[in-house]
Design a protein around this ligand. Structure first.
Ligand SMILES: NC(=O)C1=CN([C@@H]2O[C@H](COP(=O)(O)OP(=O)(O)OC[C@H]3O[C@@H](n4cnc5c(N)ncnc54)[C@H](OP(=O)(O)O)[C@@H]3O)[C@@H](O)[C@H]2O)C=CC1
Length: 604
């Protein structure tokens, strides 16, 4: 197998690739799509558009306001919150309240139930705690419903429904210095208390809408993919959208969601218009049911081994064997552009960059050639070809997407030269001067990515002496290992900020949960009043993250716009710990070995 640090076969044999011409083409295609309004072009699904974010799956139950006290409050019932709850239970913590805005557990898998939904990371590594729950996924790449059911199974296995509250949003957290407790206020009128608060409020739950002029005037039916309206479409996540048989449907967006949903809309709508601004790179999926013999042969510890092997490969570490062997592990070298990890130091940076660029060009040529092989109409095929480097956008995998454009009832509409859809009227989507009358518009336009309640300010956190967390971060996040900050005792955050990042984020969350549970358990054992890092420890970690930051701004600047590069504005490295998740997890394990006492009971 290859690793990110090997020179790939054929890397020195690219005489046919004209990199200058390719760079010029990439720049031209990028310039067609950059908008002067950048990230401000979007609208949140709030205020007059709040109905796009309503929960269509679970009725909201009335309940009494809470005034009790728990030991741990976990904000967020997605995998981050669930695995934290599970690890705390394993450490013997009894009093845990799980809280979520959704109507049940599952996080992103609660909200996203659109037809065709699957996870594009292999389920055996993605779905956490499989061995603890006693489950082997039915599919190599699991459908969303199987993943959602697994989330519920984790909650059942670890007794996390007990004390859980749903359809509840935290509106304020304030530290009570006198009692060493958090006072928690919510949009349900709760005013409860918790000794520890852990937030894992997720990144792919708040739907985002394009700022299309006239969007509010459209009188037909409309919804966002993360709040699928099966009452209107009929069918379920497996397809069979019989309600669309006599409907002209527009879908806006061709990202990872669009690629999964479009084959179903194309199959079932009377006519489907796909409004595309930037094509995704779409590689082979090759999904298959789990082999029962393989499942029966698995030995205890198999999942951790597989997860760690996958994480190591996609982080650019050297490993002996590739247990997964899929589109992620075979492109590890290319992912280094986005998710930095181990760097090959056996060659000069210039030589490394030249080889990276050639390997990238080779991969993207293969992706573009696949479009020609599958799509019958050459003009349509041309529009579906992605002209950017591999990790500029989330890579996609599908064996049905490109094929959909061979259907006579499917029309691809290229909006690139118009910055997206020009406007909407009462009954049409308009691109340039051309009107497309439709009955229904489905927005596959993504999420306010990376915006947790803490970062957006919708969950104000007031620490020691009433200091505001966001205000204390006015010059950037200040944490020890991404988890906690001085002045905010017993408050933990899960997420990628100053912590680790990976395409398999479920693995990162599992490590974070284990770490937090270990710290809390040690604190309980030692009789510590609080968990809080010192100001010096925080400053040292912020400096470490900054000094080790891998600056990929040059790469980002050449990328087509999207949320990876703040719509073309660029992001400097240093958001997460650049040396990569494997080094970070090692660093955390060492820290737990001999420095944990530094955060325990430092104040009371
Ligand atoms: N693990 C998995 O299997 C899956 C993961 N995901 C995750 O969710 C993330 C979000 O994916 P997704 O929901 O597809 O959202 P994205 O943000 O990736 O895609 C949004 C789409 O909407 C298009 N768009 C936005 N505004 C306009 C406009 N005004 N006119 C026309 N088109 C417009 C974008 O075009 P443009 O590109 O030009 O901006 C893009 O194609 C993924 O990156 C991935 O991390 C999602 C699905 C499956």
């Amino acid at each position: 197998m290859g690793t990110a640090s090997d020179t790939p076969p054929g890397a020195n044999d690219h005489t046919e690739i004209d990199l200058d011409a390719l760079r010029a083409r990439y720049a031209r295609e990028r310039d067609r799509r950059v908008r002067p309004d950048g990230a401000t072009q979007y609208r949140s699904a709030a205020g007059e558009f709040g109905y796009y974010a309503k929960d269509p799956y679970t009725p909201r139950a009335e309940r009494e306001a809470l005034t009790d006290t728990v030991e741990v409050l976990v904000v967020g019932g997605g995998f981050g919150g669930l695995v934290t709850g599970a690890r705390l239970r394993q450490e013997g913590v009894e009093s845990i309240r799980m809280m979520d805005e959704a109507g049940d557990f599952g996080g992103t898998w609660y909200w996203n139930r659109y037809p065709g939904i699957h996870c594009d990371i292999e389920s055996y590594s993605y779905m956490p705690l499989l061995e603890e729950v006693g489950y082997v996924p039915e599919w190599r790449y699991a459908p969303g419903e199987e993943i959602r059911r697994h989330a519920v199974a984790i909650a059942d296995t670890f007794g996390l429904y007990r004390d859980a509250v749903f359809h509840t949003r935290v509106t304020g957290l304030s530290w009570d210095d006198h009692n060493d407790e958090w006072v928690v206020e919510t949009d349900r009128g709760d005013r409860m208390r918790a000794r520890f608060v852990i937030t894992s409020s997720g990144t792919l739950t708040q739907p985002k809408l394009p700022g299309i002029p006239g969007i509010e005037t459209f009188k037909g039916h409309t919804f966002h993919t993360s709040r699928w309206d099966y009452d209107y479409t009929g069918g379920d996540a497996g397809g069979g959208l019989t309600g669309l048989a006599d409907k002209r449907v527009a879908v806006v967006g061709t990202g990872a969601t669009g690629v999964q949903v479009i084959p179903h809309l194309g199959r079932d709508a009377q006519h489907l218009y796909v409004f595309q601004r930037t094509p995704s790179s779409v590689d082979v999926r090759d999904n298959r049911p789990t082999d029962p013999e393989w499942a029966a042969s698995l030995k205890p510890g198999w999942q951790r081994e597989r997860m760690e092997n996958f994480l190591a490969i996609v982080s650019g570490e050297r490993v002996e064997t590739d247990l997964t062997r899929d589109g992620w592990t075979s492109t590890a070298r290319l992912q280094r552009k986005m998710i930095s990890g181990a760097l090959d130091t056996s060659m000069s940076p210039e030589e490394r960059e030249r080889i990276d660029e050639l390997v990238d060009a080779q991969k993207m040529n293969q992706i573009r050639a696949r479009v020609d092989e599958v799509v019958e109409d050459p003009a349509t095929a041309e529009v579906l070809k992605p002209w950017y480097r591999y990790m500029c956008k989330r890579p996609c995998f599908s064996d049905h997407y490109l094929q959909t454009f061979n259907r006579p009832n499917v029309t691809l509409v290229d909006t690139a030269d118009h910055g997206g859809i020009t406007r909407m009227t009462e009954d049409s989507v308009v691109v340039g001067e051309t009107e497309y009358p439709v009955d229904c518009v489905v927005f596959a336009t993504g999420f306010d990515v990376g915006v947790s309640g803490v970062m957006s300010g919708t969950m104000p956190v007031s620490g020691r002496g009433g200091q505001d967390l966001l205000a204390s971060w006015s010059r950037g996040p200040r944490t020890l290992h991404g988890f906690y900050s001085d002045g905010f005792p017993n408050f933990f955050q899960l997420g990628a900020v100053q912590n680790a990042n990976s395409v398999n984020f479920a693995h990162i969350l599992l490590e974070q949960a284990g770490h937090i549970a270990a710290v809390i358990a040690q604190g309980r054992k030692d009789g510590a009043h609080v968990v809080e890092p010192s100001k010096e420890a925080v400053e040292e970690w912020v400096r470490t993250v900054r000094e080790t930051a891998h600056d990929n701004s040059a790469f980002q600047a050449e990328c087509t716009p999207g949320y990876y590069n703040r719509e073309g504005a660029g992001i400097h490295g240093g958001f997460s710990y650049s040396p990569g998740p494997v080094s970070f997890h090692r660093l955390l394990a060492d820290w737990r070995g001999d420095r944990m006492h530094e955060v325990l009971g430092t104040r009371s």
